[in-house]
Design a binder for this molecule. Structure first.
Ligand SMILES: [Zn+2]
Length: 106
């Protein structure tokens, strides 16, 4: 779910080219349901705190940011605050946000 308004999204797109597209990919991604509580509002877990990833995490509930080297699970449940992993799931999209620069361009 998008957590910021269109205006903020425009502002971030100006600072991080490709930001809007990446956020929309997260928003549209099919993520596995939580095996504990069955919630479907889960997030893709990514390591590495940078200006870019902090802003992505602030923009969409489908991105969960953790510090480097501390990835407790592949996915995170926003319903019960639990990290979890699933086996190979053909419906799962791995999201690659590498296209967005780590630092603002200005
Ligand atoms: Zn859950």
């Amino acid at each position: 779910m998008l957590k910021i308004c269109e205006e903020e999204l425009d502002d971030l797109e100006g600072r991080y080219p490709g930001f809007r597209e990446a956020i929309l990919r997260f928003e549209e991604a099919t993520l596995p349901h939580c095996p504990s509580c069955g919630a479907d509002h889960t997030a893709d877990v990514q390591c590495g705190i940078t200006g870019r990833t902090i802003n992505i995490a602030a923009a969409t509930t489908k991105f969960k940011l953790v510090a480097n080297g501390l990835r407790p699970g592949r996915y995170f449940c926003n319903g019960c605050d639990t990290f979890f992993d699933v086996g190979s799931n053909p419906d799962t999209v791995h999201i690659d946000d590498e296209a967005i620069p780590d630092q603002p361009t200005d």
